[in-house]
Design a binder for this molecule. Structure first.
Ligand code: DGL
Length: 256
């Protein structure tokens, strides 16, 4: 198949990356996307780097079998663990994510910048590097257990988790909250409703979508047909997860 006509592979540990996928499809509606959620092995964020690398290798091998033209790691945790090793062995472009700390730091007004992410994301050298550049006022906030509430679509559980999390902070002293995990983007309307409106909330989805467009253009890989497609797959029970994935995709489209 002509190279530009091949699909783009997108993956996450579960359904979180569907928030990213919605931003990608909105930015690049002519493209065909194959989304893979590694639900069987989720969560990644409480695993070791080595365990995540092993999971990612199996997912990427599966997507490569489907002749993808580019790979988007729609997961901050997997990006930190696997982007560099994947780039060193793959011949297709690899687009990775990181917590959107830069725009939060740029809007700093004298308070704290809370960076919500998985424990593994916050432990990784990639995040340490980001902190050195843009983290002067940042406070890492590991959120183990929160992605599971998104996977289960447990809105009441998520509201309780978040109110406990934010209760520890004087919100008058907070300037921004960074959603450093693609799952948390689904909680953005809820988080927005819990925080004073002057607090900025950032995530990496729109930036990743712009980066994908840029990289595809650079490699002459942009599609030109009118309307692309989106297909979902999972390492978990398809009957159970595919309807959840479709539903969250529609929700993701409505968030952006
Ligand atoms: N969605 C993933 C991220 O962006 C992590 C969730 C997990 O712990 O698997 O970091």
């Amino acid at each position: 198949m002509e190279k530009a006509k091949r699909p783009i592979g997108v993956f996450d540990s579960g359904v979180g990356g569907i928030s990213t996928l919605a931003a990608l499809a909105r930015e690049l509606p002519s493209e065909d996307f194959l989304y893979f959620g590694d639900t069987l092995h989720a969560p990644y964020g409480t695993k070791t780097t080595e365990q995540v690398l092993q999971c990612v290798k199996a997912v990427v091998d599966h997507l490569l079998e489907q002749d993808i033209k580019a790979l988007v790691i729609a997961c901050n945790t997997a990006s930190g663990a696997a982007a560099a090793p994947l780039r060193s062995v793959l011949s297709i472009p690899v687009i990775a994510m990181e917590p959107a700390l830069k725009p939060a730091e740029e809007s700093w007004k004298g308070g704290h910048i809370l960076v919500m992410a998985t424990p593994l994301t916050l432990r990784q050298p990639k995040f340490q590097g980001l902190m050195e550049r843009f983290g002067a006022h940042a406070v890492p906030l590991p959120c183990p257990g929160l992605m599971e509430l998104v996977e289960q679509e447990d809105d009441a559980g998520a509201a309780h988790y978040l109110s406990e999390l934010f209760r520890q902070w004087d919100l008058n002293q907070v300037d921004a909250v960074v959603l450093g995990c693609t799952h948390y983007v689904f909680l953005k309307p809820l988080i927005r409703s819990m925080l004073p409106s002057r607090i900025l909330i950032t995530d990496g989805n729109a930036g990743t979508a712009r980066q994908l467009r840029h990289v595809l253009a650079e490699h002459a890989l942009l599609q030109e047909k009118p309307l692309g497609s989106v297909h979902f797959d999972t390492s978990g029970d398809r009957k159970l997860w595919l309807p959840v994935m479709e539903r969250l995709y529609q929700k993701g489209l409505s968030i952006f």
